[in-house]
Design a protein around this ligand. Structure first.
Ligand code: SF4
Length: 349
């Protein structure tokens, strides 16, 4: 097997346009064996060197002037039995959120139609569950099939999955499953107490084994040290396959949650983390996710320069605010950037 074949084999299902990019990349770039010292050293490079390196790698695999649009809908809000310290939807915290039942699939599909009309190519549906119950699977499968029929990529985040549930979702045509590891393994227990870092990795394995693409990232600004950011990304980069999508969130501190008073992350440190994600996972979509309302246009532009190539559009992200579509379009126009069209996927073997 030659170098390109080895690189390709480690990537599984990829957009067709990335197949050619793989052929241009040396397999030394595609790695799953990063050491802590190596990733920390990259994170701490002089900022200009770091961003230049990230942008150079970014251009090998992606059009640097294109951004993918996703849209996220909360299909079941609040009352979650988990105690994630950053989340307004946890029943353990008093964030004043009104809990709701699982949405009707027909309504979800109508919302997805509006998102497609606004340019979203991927529709993400999130439910505030520890894990779905058996009775929940039929309606969520109906949602997946309905949104797929609109020609959109589908993504869900429903909590922990059994291997059987993962297979049911894959069989329904779900493209991506989101399941974030949030932070480094060593800090995980101080952010979430109702499950372990290992639980997260187990569900990621089930998702991968069922043949779905993995969406997995974390949250910055939870009081973590730089080494935690580097370690979080090292965990993802050292998985047998890199997650196809890596959301990087900036904490939105919410009154009533344990992290309400967390110190905001420095913008340069945030951009460093985006750049590290791009360098460690050259072919993955790196998504600027929650927290963009607190970012300046200049900070977002730096994130794109550092290799971010995907955003959530729409005024709300689950229960948090997000920049308006007008504001996003204006920003992309000022930067001479445009949204990507829907992509065709092919299995790279
Ligand atoms: S992040 Fe998800 S799992 Fe954690 S409390 Fe919020 S809804 Fe529940």
């Amino acid at each position: 097997m030659d170098a390109v074949q080895r690189s390709s084999a480690s990537f599984g299902t990829r957009p067709l346009d990335q197949c050619n990019s793989l052929a241009r990349m040396s397999d030394s770039v595609i790695r799953h064996d990063w050491s802590c010292d190596e990733v920390t050293a990259i994170y701490n490079l002089p900022f200009m060197d770091l961003v230049f390196r990230a942008q150079t790698i970014h251009r090998t695999a992606f059009d640097p002037n294109k951004v993918q649009f996703s849209r996220l809908l909360s299909i079941k809000t609040g009352g979650c039995p988990e105690d994630c310290g950053y989340c307004s939807q946890s029943a353990h915290h008093d964030a004043g959120l009104q809990a709701s039942k699982l949405m009707d699939p027909a309504r979800v599909i109508e919302e997805a139609k509006a998102a497609a009309a606004a340019g979203a190519t991927r529709y993400c549906m999130g439910a505030a569950w520890r894990s779905p119950k058996a009775r929940d699977m039929a309606p969520v499968i109906e949602m997946v099939k309905g949104v797929k029929a609109l020609g959109m990529e589908t993504c869900m985040t429903l909590g922990m999955l059994t291997p059987e549930q993962a297979q049911q979702l894959a069989d329904a045509g779900l493209d991506y499953y989101n399941h974030n590891i949030d932070t480094s393994e060593r800090r995980y227990g101080s952010v979430v107490h109702t499950r372990t870092f290992g639980d997260r990795l187990e569900t990621l394995q089930h998702v991968h084994d069922a043949g779905m693409k993995v969406c997995c990232g974390g949250i910055l600004g939870m009081g973590e040290a730089p080494v935690d950011r580097a370690e979080m990304l090292r965990t993802l980069a050292n998985l047998p396959e890199h997650p196809e999508s890596v959301p990087i969130n900036m904490l939105i501190p919410i009154e009533g949650t344990p992290l309400a008073a967390a110190e905001p992350i420095d913008a340069i440190a945030f951009v460093r983390t985006v750049a590290l994600a791009r360098i460690l996972m050259p072919m993955s979509d790196v998504r600027l996710s929650a927290g963009r309302t607190a970012m300046t246009d200049e900070m977002q532009a730096l994130c794109f320069l550092a290799g971010a190539n995907s955003i959530f559009i729409g005024d709300t992200l689950l229960t948090a605010t997000n920049p308006s579509e007008d504001k996003d379009h204006q920003l992309l126009q000022r930067l001479g950037m445009a949204r990507t069209e829907a992509r065709t996927f092919s299995t790279v073997v």
